[in-house]
Design a protein around this ligand. Sequence first.
Ligand code: R5P
Length: 293
Amino acid sequence: MIVVSSGESEPLAKSIAKQLKITYSALNLTAFPDGELYLKFNVPVKGKKVIIVKSFQPHPDMSLFDIVFIAETARQLGAKKVILVAPYLGYMRQDKQFHPGECVSSRVMAKLLNNSVDKLITIDPHLHRYRSLKEIFTIPAIKLTANSVFADYIKKNFSNELIIGPDWESYQWAREIAKTLHVEATVLKKERFSSRQVKVRMVQPVIVRGKNVIIVDDIVSTGHTAIEAMKQARKLGAKSVSVLAVHGLFVEKALEKMKQAGIATVLSTNCIPGKTAKIDVSALLVGELRKEK
Ligand code: R5P
């Protein structure tokens, strides 16, 4: 097996290769003067299982395009199997046609990957209207979860906590983490009016007063969901409010806005690198990849 990557996912790729005691090789992935992609592998991959480590960030469209080129090239170079480790799998939120004429992007993304890679491994993909990755992937698609690493982190760093999922989808994570920690969890009801406008409200009465509230979500993008959830928790008397996100996208100065709004701590996993990415998911990925050895 050999691990390849480029750009922002390189530190995670290197760590995975080190733990698996296999070669890591950086790809030359640049652009020609006219903007077309230039790609070169720097080690032979003939007969090897090639593990591409690449999250769909910071540019989801370019990342997808890069992955397709890397995978197709690995095949052309004689790779035995191409495995994509995309800790953050983008395009999953566009999972239905909300308005006539819209692209259901998740299906297009999945079709491209189905054609180019032999297996996908990802962490907490945004499964909302799809119940399973099988609904869009024909290749083996493994879904891992950061629940255990979140629970460990909370156990070591918080006390008297209440876990809140800011919308129905996030309850799957909030509930599991709370169960491991033997604490309470609740879910808010979210209404989304646009990409930047949401409203949340408490629907299951729980004791919030005096609690260290931890909002758990798969994705923090603009931060509006987290900020609205924080306001609810504050109104109900929370002692502190923190946010733990699996995938910290933090677009449009989300981090600054969240801090200004009064969120005490914002943390995320290294599925996407960044200054909040303090929670390491490499062991989860390594555990899964060992099955390929
Ligand atoms: C959506 O359903 C996700 O689980 C997140 O709640 C959402 O992506 C957060 O987006 P934003 O940070 O822009 O509110």
